[in-house]
Design a protein around this ligand. Structure first.
Ligand code: AMP
Length: 611
């Protein structure tokens, strides 16, 4: 006999001999009994009087969770899952989009490493001494909204400062008023009506305004006044300053902003006010020319991120007393990979600052990123973010690749000069430039491959009217202010719709009408053509049959299937394009490719170093 058998027999003997023997009760019944007792204690008898206490037939009235639950959690979860309505395809796709967007917006470039480490959060905007005049402070919210409506201004935020319709009521010093008047700036544009009071009040702001709307003044003028106030109170000593910093993504844009700031500083000086020193800090120029400003301490610094960081690292500038930061074309700055530079620059700030972000296009990704770092921000939006300037007549033409250069010549006849021609790559710019010169057109060209002196010469010749046509890559589309451009020709469709908006924004400025002609053909990607189609529709422009015929795989997101989803975005939440979703955003894809290739080259680099 095996050991086990012997044991069983022994046990049997023991059980029969024991008077207190309790017959075996299955686990399920024991559990049911336990809950019956528990329910009685809690004065909630369970409906199990028939004694048939299987888990399944008693479930409907039984507690489903907590100490009274008699159903295993795993079963409860399964039950809940059964009760849940299955998600529609649309809901699933929207959830996926949300995840992608969240993954893209977790970066925190607007905080310094120290602030992140110490988890510093500012809760109240900085105070300034500026207030709106009494008669404006007394207007009701309804009256203020009427003004906003009249100027097509959309605002978001708490306690938004009032819009003000005249520069005089903004309490600007007389020399500034005369300076603006002399430049033909007599009445504020919509972004200025709402933006200037917000910035003068010290509020953080996200300004969304198309190029040519007058946004430069919104961030430059209050800083000049802030600098003036500081200088009057406590003059800057050598190695002190600046009071504020304006960051621009390109040298051209930095120079232009510097000119605006310097113009106002000169006007104040001529009007008997203290000297406000403005420093232009960017690559390609010699800082020796500005050594005096640097030595005496600049009040205002206009900079591109790279050169500024270099100056800060070398201790030639410091931001210890800087309380103002503006990022012009903020979305481009982030896209162009300046994010790390910006974060490093933030590390030089020593406390709270007023932060302003400006751009013509501001997709949700940037808004999310910005909101996390701004204090009670005011969002001022004049015209839908990313929508093309409505003063531009947009024409789109199908032109075969080989016929483009000849057709360009014909296209130049559409309007009088000046005309801007954009092409995606440098070689095309050089080819067009050469061709037009051969055909006797007064023409200059700029692209990233030319040195700074060549670029500045071309921009100046074009601005001074010595050249009728400027051929450029997108370098020139980034916020450059050329007056009176009659016609923008897109020799090719840019790869991202934002670039299209920036390009055509070079014309139709300051309320004048302009024309934009765009060549498309088989080489243009379908996603971007769909973006263009919906942009044209939104701007109430003619949509050519070739675009009209494009099938839209995202029709369902436009409410076509009648499914209502709250807060559904009609555009791509990453780049703002209207013809695709974040799941197939060409811009996001390009960024991913770039990141991957830089990782790859990093690995390749380290590998090469090892052998
Ligand atoms: P921005 O959008 O800042 O690049 O400005 C575009 C152009 O509009 C510049 O040439 C400014 O001089 C001009 N400008 C700015 N504000 C006004 C205004 N209130 N009235 C007329 N022109 C303006």
């Amino acid at each position: 006999m095996s050991k086990r058998q012997r044991n069983d027999e022994d046990e049997e003997e023991t059980f029969t001999a024991d008077d207190s023997y309790v017959p075996y009760v299955p686990v399920r019944e024991r559990r049911a009994e336990k809950y019956r007792k528990l329910a009685t204690t809690l004065r909630k008898p369970l409906d199990r009087e028939n004694g048939n206490s299987s888990a399944s037939d008693s479930e409907p009235d039984e507690p489903k969770a907590g100490p009274r639950s008699n159903v295993a959690l795993i079963d409860q979860a399964a039950e809940l899952r059964k009760q849940e309505k299955p998600k529609t395809e649309l809901q699933k796709e929207l959830e996926l989009e949300k995840e992608i967007l969240t993954a893209q917006t977790t970066k925190k470039a607007l905080f310094s490493a120290q602030e992140l480490a110490q988890d510093v959060h500012y809760t109240e905007p900085l105070k300034t001494s500026w207030t709106p005049p009494k008669h404006i402070r007394e207007l009701s919210e309804g009256q203020l909204n009427d003004v906003r409506k009249k100027f097509h201004i959309i605002v978001e935020g708490d306690d938004v400062p009032p819009p003000i319709k005249t520069f005089r009521e903004m309490r600007l010093p007389p020399p500034i008023l005369s300076h603006l008047k002399a430049k033909g700036i007599a009445k504020p544009t919509p972004i200025q009506v709402q933006g200037l009071p917000a910035v003068l009040s010290g509020r953080d702001m996200i300004g969304i305004a198309f190029t040519g709307s007058g946004k430069t003044l919104v961030f430059t003028l209050p800083l000049i006044l802030r600098a003036l106030e500081a200088e009057v109170k406590l003059p800057l000593l050598p190695n002190e300053g600046p009071v504020g910093l304006i960051l621009c993504p390109s040298r051209e844009l930095a120079r232009q902003t510097y000119d605006v700031a310097q113009g106002m500083a000169d006007a104040l000086l001529a009007g008997g006010y203290p000297h406000i020193r403005v420093l232009l800090c960017m690559g390609g120029i010699s800082m020796a020319e500005q050594a005096d400003t640097l030595r005496r301490g600049p009040h205002v610094v206009v900079a591109t991120p790279g050169r500024l960081q270099d100056m800060l690292d070398k201790g030639k500038l410091n931001l210890a007393t800087c309380k103002y930061l503006c990022m012009d074309e903020a979305d481009r700055m982030i896209d162009m990979g300046f994010e790390d530079d910006v974060r490093n620059i933030m590390g030089y700030y020593k406390g709270q600052r007023q932060t302003l972000l400006f751009s013509a296009t501001m997709p949700k990704k940037i808004q999310n990123f910005a909101r996390s770092a701004l204090v009670k921000p005011v969002v001022v939006n004049v015209g839908r973010a990313g929508a093309a300037n409505l003063d531009v007549i947009q024409e789109v033409e199908y032109v075969k690749q080989e016929a483009k250069i000849v057709y360009l010549l014909e296209c130049l006849q559409k309007t009088s000069p000046p005309v801007l021609v954009f092409a995606e790559n440098k070689n095309d710019v050089d080819d067009i430039h050469e061709y037009l010169l051969l055909k006797g057109v007064d023409c200059v060209a700029i692209h990233g491959g030319k040195d700074q002196a060549e670029r500045e010469y071309a921009v100046k010749a074009f601005k001074d009217g010595k050249a009728d046509v400027l051929v450029a890559t997108d370098v020139a589309s980034k916020g450059l202010d050329f007056a009176m451009i009659q016609h923008v020709i897109n020799y090719d469709m840019p790869k991202e719709i934002e670039d299209y908006v920036h390009r055509i924004g070079r014309t139709g400025r300051s309320g004048r009408t302009g024309v934009a002609t765009t060549f498309i053909n088989r080489n243009s990607a379908e996603e971007i053509l769909l973006d263009l189609k919906y942009l044209l529709k939104e701007a109430k422009q003619r949509v050519p049959p070739v675009l009209e015929a494009l099938e839209d795989p995202n029709e369902k997101f436009r409410g076509g299937e009648g499914e209502f989803v709250e807060g559904l975005d009609v555009d791509c939440t990453f780049c703002g394009g209207l013809g695709h979703r974040i799941t197939n955003c060409p811009k996001l894809e390009a960024q991913r490719r770039q990141t991957m290739s830089s990782h790859r080259s990093m690995h390749a680099g380290s590998g090469a170093g090892e052998y």
